[in-house]
Design a protein around this ligand. Structure first.
Ligand code: NI
Length: 273
């Protein structure tokens, strides 16, 4: 039997980078992967979107639109893509993302889920300004981060990440469903113009990554380029802490998405088997 050799991290960040992350709520790292690995991931990634992997379960959906069957998604997303392609479990990108996340949050940090957001060429919509924490359960406090890795260059033209420095120290601000449409899963910050004047854009080469905290305000523009914009996002964090008084994330209670309906129908179907 071949002996599997566990991959070792190839990237470490400096104390200066760690300090920058804690002061600003984000950090840009030029490489956590290799060109060969990015080519491998890209082929898997495109296959998952083209085959609509996870759609029936509610794990593939349009993050930015009403998500009707047969309508082209403006912001296709897959939750937990490795469920549909276990080979994504292996890779240097994952080992480096975890090692850097432990440097940023502490050795106790563990993996917290992952997703993929695809922006079709000349069609992909903006991911509006939001704090990731606004999507989550209201009864816990989180200390977690997201690692956002593009599989081609990420530029202002195709929708690289943008952050508001220091916004990780703010409260969770009011959000609403994109276009105020409760069928849309994606959230948008209320009155972004009040908060985003000092935003910083982070273009990246393929296989680079940004790291941002759960309350850091961020945005990615529409894809105005001729190539698809593929982003793979990994989450890491410490154990969530139960709050004495839950947040009031009323925007999530207002949602009625086709994704939820599909997820419920799928659960019923498998529990009937
Ligand atoms: Ni986000």
């Amino acid at each position: 039997m071949p002996t599997e050799i566990a991959l070792e991290p190839t990237v470490r960040i400096t104390q200066e980078q760690i300090d920058f992350f804690h002061a600003n709520g984000f950090l840009s790292v030029p490489a956590i992967s290799t060109p060969e690995e990015i080519e491998r991931l890209k082929a898997i990634y495109d296959r998952l979107f083209e085959s609509k992997a996870g759609r029936e379960e509610g794990n593939q959906f349009d993050l930015g639109g009403s998500d009707e069957d047969g309508k082209q998604a403006v912001l296709p997303q897959i939750l937990n893509p490795k469920k549909y392609a276990p080979e994504l479990e292996e890779g240097l990108f994952r080992v480096n993302a975890m090692a850097i996340s432990k440097q940023l949050l502490g050795e106790e940090a563990t993996a917290k889920g992952e997703h993929a957001i695809f922006k079709p060429a000349r069609f992909g919509a903006a991911t509006p300004w939001h704090q990731d924490n606004a999507y989550w359960g209201p009864d816990h406090d989180h200390c977690s981060l997201s690692v956002w890795m593009p599989l081609q260059p990420a530029t202002l033209e195709n929708g690289c990440m943008q952050f508001v420095p220091g916004s990780h120290t703010w409260e969770i601000l009011p959000h609403h469903c994109i276009n105020n449409d409760p069928r849309v899963h994606g959230l948008e910050l209320d009155h972004p113009e009040k908060y985003t004047a000092g935003a910083v854009a982070c273009p990246l080469p393929p296989g680079g990554a940004t790291f941002h905290l759960n309350k850091t305000l961020h945005y990615a523009g529409p894809n105005r380029s001729d190539i698809p914009r593929r982003a793979y996002i990994l989450g890491f964090g410490l154990a969530a802490k139960k709050r004495e008084t839950p947040h009031d994330f009323y925007w999530n209670r207002q949602k009625q998405t086709p994704r939820e309906e599909r997820a419920q129908a799928f659960q019923k179907k498998i529990s009937a088997c």
